[in-house]
Design a protein around this ligand. Structure first.
Ligand code: NAD
Length: 283
């Protein structure tokens, strides 16, 4: 049976470490590191995510404020607000909660964030730096995946890694990060002909397709390390991942549960990025 990768406990350790860094920063500069979260509209899931982010910041000694805008807010208004936050020296990080209402030009908004304050790591400048292997601010969920592997002492160099999904949010960045750490990486996607054929050669599998139970035990190599990024809500309201936990955990050496695996790491990495941004801006 596979060892469970307890993302909740690991994220808690990281948040404790960040609280120490935040306290040292506040002592040194006389102000707390500061994150501004912009929420447009009242999508219930987004409201929960934003509240969780704000609470986690406060607990770690990071000053966080959520700026709540009406669903009818126009792209230009949002750009105006981002311009002000970009110019405010006391604001270290800016996060725009996605998804934005359909009438807003999401790309224009994300591109307007000062790359030095882009704690989600979505700005093309930071994406380009990630490609070059030298980004300070990397997307939080992929960064959380790598941190889990490191803290579980999983050897990455020279291993075969398979990433299921090629989104800009998760699949592509996590593939780049694994490549930088010298894994041999294969990226699978919806047009991949035989997923099992690729996965059966993988020592590390990162599943980020948003398809419940897509990866089953028979597709896996014995002893593989499995990170399940998927968050899929079932009809009964429960949440499940992209990996069929029951069959996969019989083959794997390590596996993340859903919930309680990769999910908690995303917020921990947001706090980390806010600290990194604050320190870089004050260096
Ligand atoms: P997305 O829809 O943008 O991308 C999904 C990717 O999966 C695509 O590249 C697609 O080609 C691929 N795919 C779809 N069906 C496939 C199949 N049958 N075989 C192989 N590949 C297939 O999704 P995303 O934003 O990358 O998110 C993926 C999942 O991760 C979702 O469930 C999302 O909710 C979850 N997620 C979790 C966190 C977290 O904090 N844990 C953060 C972001 C996203």
């Amino acid at each position: 049976m596979a060892t469970l990768i307890d993302g909740k406990a690991i994220a808690k350790d990281i948040r404790r470490e960040i609280a120490k860094e935040a306290a040292a920063f506040t002592e040194k500069y006389g102000v707390k590191p500061c994150l501004k979260v912009i929420l447009v509209g009242d999508d219930p899931a987004s409201c929960i995510y934003v509240n969780n982010k704000q609470k986690a910041c406060e607990k770690a000694g990071i000053d966080a404020e959520t700026l709540r805008l009406g669903a009818e807010t126009k792209t230009e208004e949002l750009l105006g607000l981002i311009g002000k936050l970009n110019a405010d020296k006391l604001v270290n990080g800016i996060l725009v909660q996605l998804p934005l209402p359909a009438h807003i030009d999401e790309k224009k908004v994300l591109d307007a964030i000062n790359p030095e304050k882009d704690v989600d790591g979505f700005h093309p400048m930071n994406a380009g730096k990630l490609l070059e292997g030298e980004a300070l601010l990397e997307p939080c969920t992929p960064k959380g995946c790598i941190e889990l592997l490191k803290r579980m002492n999983v050897e990455i160099a020279g291993k075969n890694a398979a990433v299921v999904g090629r989104s800009n949010l998760v699949g592509k960045p996590v593939a780049l990060m694994l490549l930088r750490l010298n894994a041999t990486v294969t990226v699978c996607h919806s047009k991949t002909k035989d997923l099992g054929d690729v996965l059966r050669r993988a020592d590390i599998v990162v599943a980020a397709a948003g398809k419940p139970g897509l990866v089953t035990g028979d597709m896996l190599k014995d002893g593989a390390v499995l990170l399940d990024v998927g968050i899929n809500r079932l009809e009964d309201g429960s949440i499940t991942g992209d990996i069929d936990f029951e069959s996969a955990s019989k083959r794997a050496s390590m596996i993340t549960p859903v919930p309680g695996g990769v999910g908690p790491m995303t917020i921990a990495m947001l706090l980390k990025n806010t600290m990194l941004a604050a320190e870089a801006q004050n260096a």
